[in-house]
Design a protein around this ligand. Sequence first.
Ligand SMILES: Cc1ncc(COP(=O)(O)O)c(C=O)c1O
Length: 392
Amino acid sequence: MQKGYFGQFGGMFVPELLMPPLLEIEEAMNTIVPSEAFQAEFKALLEDYVGRPSALYRCPNLSKRLGFNLWLKREDLNHTGAHKINNALGQGLLCRHMGKQVLLAETGAGMHGVATATAAAMLGLECVVYMGAEDVSRQSHNVKRMGLLGARIVPIESGTRTLKDAINAALRMWIAEQRTTHYCFGTAAGPHPFPTLVREFQSVIGREAKEQMLRKAGKLPDYVVACVGGGSNAIGAFHEFVPHGEVQLIGVEAAGTGEPGCHHSAPLNLGTPGVLHGAMSMLLQTKDGQIEPSHSIAPGLDYPGVGPEHAGLQASGRARYATVNDSQAYNAFRTLCREEGIIPALESSHAVAWALENVRSIPKKSDVLVCLSGRGDKDMGIIEEFEKNLKG
Ligand SMILES: Cc1ncc(COP(=O)(O)O)c(C=O)c1O
């Protein structure tokens, strides 16, 4: 396969000025990351700072009601509250090894921003976070956290004022500052080598989950389910299971309100192939290639593109991608709160919702492993608004 491609998807569709830093990261990914010293440092941080391995938890109450075993991979229990910290620490370490002083990040839900600001503080690096102005207001809790951690937050007013616009602005800044700055991309999208690099750091999720399933259930899961924004928690959960053809891999995209013609964030289900943020992937775009606005109740899923490896897994038939709408995600959120005592992120609630919505077609006694990518503290404001409108 051509370097940086997953079938027909992937590549490096970037201005020439971005090629040097991307090639520098590729070189670092191939030499520094596999070295024993880097791996030992990364592993120690994951254990002692992040709190890994994260628990694998069988939900007793829901499993009983649903008739299959619902297992949660508890990335919400990580330091900072989401899977994003695995990647931010990996790239933070790499930044230091490459002799750069500044970590630049974009963020949607704010979890990657918080994770990068945390890694930067701990590793003695500066941190700049680009964030759409709409996301600054709907994820204000995370904006305050980033401030406390010493990050400079740059609100972006262009476009739909969400993640896509933050990435555009961050890429522009990176061109000017590449000598001192590492762009800590937050998901498994963007130009090569980011999809591979981010997968490398997130694949700890699936590696641990496989070992834990074998120990606790004595077998591999029948399904591995994860929400898909850019695709990093999903590819991290899937990667270890890809060679096991009997394990069904289910990515869950956001269908928005679910009304006909509504904005959504489901490029794998409803998009077409095209180039965004430096990679060929599936996109929400008009017939003439203009990016269409996306929407989801979960800010971290609100992105019109998706990582190219997922487009490749879909094209090859190895993974399936379903959709869940805002109300279904909200119902799953409430269900997990009330029946298991776990408050999930709205992004992760999409993955939980797939399991709840498909109870009739999932064979009884199956083992369904859901990646609980993050915790829902950040979403209290959105939940309040949603419930006001429900009553309204
Ligand atoms: C808790 C949580 N889950 C999932 C996502 C979606 O990102 P990805 O698809 O890269 O895992 C985000 C993004 O911000 C998030 O905060």
